[in-house]
Design a protein around this ligand. Structure first.
Ligand SMILES: Nc1ncnc2c1ncn2[C@@H]1O[C@H](COP(=O)(O)OP(=O)(O)OP(=O)(O)O)[C@@H](O)[C@H]1O
Length: 626
């Protein structure tokens, strides 16, 4: 059966095109410059197939000229131009891409990939212009034609005068309103920044007459302004250059130019992949934590280019959250762009690139641990917390990637060590990887709970970040070794004399402990003999999964669920103070209550926990002084 083709209402189509495709008006310039670049590339291809033509790069450029008085912005190129028919077909038919057709007919030569493909970019001009005039003279033609349109009412084509081959597009910029600052597109500074942002790596010079200053003739102090033609774009993207030609300084300059950060990069990674997925990337590990890094305002992402044209300033999908500190850019020819070139359709290539980038960053960090420890420690100081969050979040699904990048302060080495280093040093008899939590290394060092483990000569990792214990709980083991807090009930250390004494002390003094437990009824779950204390009289530990440090962290969270650690007051029965407790239990119950409260408050202070009532506490101290 004969099929009737769909018809499109071109007026409506154009309206939709102008108002619904792009969310960002300034990209009209990117689209026109990309078209100009495509037109020059077509000349290049022509020269390839026609030996009589000589493609001298010096003759090819794009020029952007703003005329504030007449409210016009002109984009002129020395490219292949358009015949009358081409003006008709390419600019008169929405979604007709001469460039796509050209691409299909010509084999792509490296470095000269044609950008256009959808046949809509040109119409972005109507977002900022009331009237668009295109004067074009096609290569090989003596006559030029002028195409003109004010958007919805169609277009006209008339013969025109044009001396050279190429195209000139004149936009009559709309009048500004209170909300819409169209004047921006006539402003030299603004235009330069739009060109730099989106079209910096267009292969041909984008020229502009810019205002410069020079000393006035005959004067050293007075300056005058004058107009000077300058090339605005960098043209050759650094990532397309050979790594051997580039110095550290070149990479640093690119980091600064792109304003990836205000610091210096700590490390850079230049990646060129030419396999199942083709892309170039330059990635940086910054030196310092950005001031807003741990806030909601911080946006992760890499600049994304397709054929040297900026598609997205921050493409978040290229980086996992735990590497959100990485800055830089990715350029790929293989991306399937959506029509606005602003966002990407669910793109397999993008996912492949992201996966590849992730593993490159991981290997780079692992290399730094081995070969450049000082810089790694500096990096870890700035972003280690993020790696630990990475272990903890997403139900621990990234822990295998990240565990070898973690570092903690070691009681033995007095510096940051990796888990691999810790495990390699473990004596055979040591069952667990020990850790102790606290506010600072100095405070942890003095924690009574560490005494027994240290006495055994075992190394302890000091945790001072809120996320540390949560990350370790997610990790559970490293190389089959379980993590164990020095405050936990079972330290896996063989029964010592200490422990046997504790056993008999517990049996003998159960009544005393029961009474103390009653006195602290709402505060602790239990009072018991300590197997870990040597020099201190008391300490607080916790039974169950929630440790005291975790309770502190959870309490500080905005919508805390009032999760509490099951606190245990441990008593050192070898300490002299214990004799005083026993005596008080036997003869003076009031004193026992006083001592119990004092010891409990001491244990709280050692843990860095607030004591219930400081006034009561100081009064209690006074009582024993008089
Ligand atoms: N400056 C120019 N010189 C020569 N031809 C041009 C120029 N600008 C546009 N064209 C022609 O007009 C066609 C339509 O341009 P338009 O910008 O709408 O789409 P495109 O560049 O093909 O695709 P995309 O929407 O992906 O940018 C181009 O394919 C090209 O053939």
């Amino acid at each position: 059966m004969e099929k009737t083709p769909f018809k499109a209402e071109s007026k409506r189509m154009l309206e939709m095109m102008i108002h619904s495709i792009y969310s960002n008006r300034e990209i009209f310039l990117r689209e026109l410059i990309s078209n100009a670049s495509d037109a020059i590339d077509k000349m290049y291809y022509k020269a390839l197939s026609d030996p009589s033509l000589d493609f001298d790069k010096a003759n090819y450029y794009i020029k952007v000229t703003a005329d504030k008085a007449n409210r016009t912005l002109t984009i002129c190129d020395t490219g292949i131009g358009m015949t009358k028919e081409e003006l008709e077909n390419n600019l008169g038919v929405i979604a007709q891409s001469g460039s796509l057709a050209f691409k299909n007919e010509n084999e792509v030569k490296d470095g000269h990939e044609i950008i256009g493909q959808f046949g809509v970019g040109f119409y972005a001009s109507f977002m900022v212009a009331d009237v668009v005039t295109v004067i074009s003279r096609a290569f090989g033609s003596e006559t030029a034609y002028q195409w003109e349109s004010s958007g919805v009412d169609g277009y006209t084509i008339v013969p025109a005068e044009k001396e050279d081959v190429g195209t000139e597009i004149v936009l009559k910029i709309k009048e500004s309103t209170e909300d819409d600052h169209y004047d921006d597109y006539l402003d030299e500074y603004r235009l330069r920044s739009i060109i730099k942002k989106y079209s910096d790596f267009i292969r041909y010079p984008i020229k502009m007459d810019v205002t410069a200053q020079r000393p006035k003739e005959g004067s050293e102090e007075e300056f005058e302004e004058y107009q000077e033609e300058q090339t605005i774009n960098s043209m050759v993207p650094i990532w397309r250059k050979n790594k051997n030609e580039l110095t550290d300084e070149d990479y640093e300059n690119f980091y600064m130019e792109k304003r990836f950060g205000f610091d210096k990069p700590l490390k850079h990674l230049h990646i060129s992949v030419d396999g199942a997925v083709r892309y170039n990337a330059i990635l940086y590990i910054p030196e310092k934590t950005p001031f807003d890094y741990y806030t909601k305002e911080y946006e992760k992402g890499l600049e994304l280019y397709s054929n040297g044209v900026l598609i997205m300033s921050k493409c978040p999908d290229l980086l996992p959250d735990y590497y959100s500190f990485v800055k830089g850019m990715v350029d790929s020819e293989d991306l399937s762009l959506n029509i606005s070139r602003e966002i990407l359709q669910q793109d397999k290539q993008l996912q492949l690139i992201a996966k590849n980038i992730k593993s490159k960053i991981t290997s780079q960090l692992q290399r730094m641990i081995q070969d450049d420890r000082a810089h790694y420690e500096q990096f870890y100081e700035a972003f280690g917390t993020q790696l630990k969050y990475g272990v903890y979040s997403d139900y621990g699904s990234n822990k295998d990637t990240l565990q070898d990048l973690l570092m903690f302060y070691s009681s033995k080495e007095k510096k940051m060590v990796t888990l691999a280093e810790y495990v390699a040093r473990m004596p055979e008899a040591q069952k667990y990887i020990y850790y102790a939590s606290g506010e600072t290394y100095e405070r942890i060092e003095k924690l009574p709970q560490t005494e027994l483990v240290l006495d055994k000569g075992y190394e302890i990792l000091y945790f001072i970040d809120d996320v540390d214990e949560f990350a370790i709980k997610m990790l559970m083991t490293y190389k089959d070794k379980e993590f164990r807090s020095v405050s936990s009930g079972d330290l896996g250390i063989e029964a010592s004399e200490n422990e046997e004494n504790a056993e008999s002390d517990a049996n003998e003094n159960q009544a005393l402990f029961d009474e103390m437990k009653q006195l602290l009824a709402d505060k602790v779950k239990d009072v018991r003999v300590s197997k870990r204390l040597k020099n201190h009289p008391v300490c607080l530990t916790a039974d169950g999964e929630i440790t005291i440090e975790m309770e502190k962290v959870l309490k500080a969270m905005p919508n805390n669920q009032n999760v509490k650690a099951e606190k245990v007051l441990e008593i050192n029965t070898q300490h002299e103070v214990f004799q005083s407790l026993k005596a008080a239990f036997a003869h003076d119950k009031e004193k026992l209550s006083l001592y119990t409260n004092l010891l409990y408050n001491q244990a709280l202070l050692i843990e860095g926990l607030p004591i219930g009532d400081p006034v009561d506490f100081t009064n209690d101290i006074c009582k024993i002084m008089v």
